[in-house]
Write a protein that binds this ligand. Structure first.
Ligand code: FCB
Length: 441
């Protein structure tokens, strides 16, 4: 099985998860600094103060991406490093860091894909309501203007937001992510303003980076009814509205899914929102980024693994491994929404790795099998169906701060020893690098 010669192979990271230097060189506090330093919020009280120390070690990390054989690197830019209080004064030292980092990426011959927002909101903005304050649309536009004016045309793909479902629902509804709020009204308002912020950012990117492809990244997860019991089907449809259509419909059609909007609690949560502006979210884009991790099986009666077919396999996150579902999601998005191009901007898995770094190569057979299956039954299968899939980015380049899970869950294809910051490629890194060079799974 061979991928097209111009297929983009990359690895992905995000600022707060790898950079460290959380309050250095003028970086402002972000909601993840505050949240992770609040007792009980993250596993073992882990935080991103040091993380992978990428802020200092970026030349080594970027060289490694190239040496392994990849052609592209997706990273995110930290809003509070650039504008410490979220709006107003620009921190030149923050811009300089990304300028130097980008030089390194380009010198190594890698294509840079930059995400403007991967969850590290300036705390000063959260203190004013964060994403639930309508003013954030202008705040995000101001930040986008500063960043894209400085770095604009050196980037090969601009991504406005990473997973607005997580920012709004995990952050403001379930409260398991920063800022740790549990408030339905704030959550739906946050989702609304994230959508508008995306719509506001795209024209700014177009102006400052003419000709550079721009889009957004969503985390999509199929919601599969466990049985043909009408209740299972109804719950799965509702789940699909909540997880997938709540963001896909506004971005591609300028409207919220009618079935969910008809729900009294959701309508109430959006009561004070100017709905006429939603069409601004449907600004034309060049690609859709999809972060794909798992499907959900929805049952009104069963819980946990009981919902899944006998013999199902799971990652250490307890996420089911089933590559074909990624292919089917790609096909569905292509057929129902028709983005011009699609990139898998994240896909990967946490497994307990052997904890020795004495070997030259760290064997991670489960992760290798995971990638093989998702590339074959997901990416390659979708290409065969005519889906305009143009790129695939593995999550993640290296083990890093996995949000609420802290450092315990390792998603890296490169192992990080946090005591010494030593990087050791796992077998999966060599495997994917080889795929990137040859196009053969
Ligand atoms: C995604 C996030 C990414 C990482 C993976 C495992 O939801 O975008 O930062 O945490 O999950």
């Amino acid at each position: 099985m061979t991928f097209p010669a111009d297929f983009i192979w990359g690895v992905a990271t995000s600022s707060y998860q790898i950079e460290g230097a959380a309050l250095e060189d003028g970086r402002g506090e972000c909601i993840w600094t505050r949240f992770s330093h609040t007792p009980g919020k993250t596993k073992n009280g882990d935080h991103g103060d040091v993380a992978c120390d990428h802020y200092r070690r970026y030349p080594e990390d970027i060289k490694l991406i190239r040496d392994l054989g990849f052609g592209a690197y997706r990273f995110s830019i930290s809003w509070p490093r650039i504008i410490p209080l979220g709006t107003g004064r620009v921190n030149e030292m923050g811009l300089d860091f990304y300028d130097r980092m980008l030089d390194e990426v380009l010198n190594q011959g890698l294509q840079p894909y930059a995400t403007l927002y991967h969850w590290d909101l300036p705390q000063a903005l959260e203190d004013q309501g964060g994403w639930s304050n309508p003013a954030i649309v202008d705040w995000f536009a101001e930040y986008t203007e500063v960043v894209t004016r400085a770095l604009g045309d050196r980037i090969k793909g601009w991504i406005t937001l990473n997973e607005p479902w997580c920012s709004s629902m995990l952050g403001y509804l379930w409260g398991v992510h920063a800022p740790g709020v549990q408030d339905m009204t704030r959550a739906y308002r946050a989702a609304h303003h994230l959508l508008l912020a995306h719509g506001a950012a795209i024209p700014i990117i177009r102006r400052n980076a003419p000709g550079v492809p721009a889009g957004i990244t969503l985390n999509l997860a199929p919601q599969i009814p466990h049985s043909d019991d009408p209740l299972d089907i109804q719950m799965a449809t509702r789940g699909d509205g909540f997880m997938n259509r709540w963001f896909l419909d506004p971005i591609f059609k300028g409207e919220y899914p009618a079935d969910l909007l008809a729900e009294e609690m959701i309508a109430a949560a959006l009561a004070d929102v100017d709905m006429t502006r939603l069409k601004e979210a449907a600004v034309p884009t060049d690609f859709l980024g999809i972060n794909y991790y798992m499907r959900w099986i929805i049952s009104s009666k069963l819980d946990g693994h009981d919902r899944f077919p006998a013999g199902s396999r799971f990652t250490e996150m307890d996420w089911e491994i089933y590559g074909r579902a990624m292919g089917e999601m790609l096909l569905r998005v292509h057929q129902e929404y028709g983005p011009k191009a699609i990139h898998i901007t994240e896909n990967g898995a946490a497994f307990p790795d052997p904890d020795t770094t004495t070997d030259a190569i760290l064997e991670d057979p489960l992760r290798v099998e995971f990638y093989k299956e998702y590339l074959r039954d997901g990416a390659q299968w979708a290409l065969d169906q005519g889906v305009p899939l143009k790129g695939y980015f593995a999550w993640s380049l290296m083990d890093n701060f996995e949000w609420g899970e802290g450092y315990e869950k390792r998603f890296g294809i490169v192992h990080v020893d946090y005591a010494t910051q030593k990087r050791t490629p796992k077998r999966s890194a060599y495997y994917l690098g080889e795929v990137a060079r040859t196009g053969v799974i």
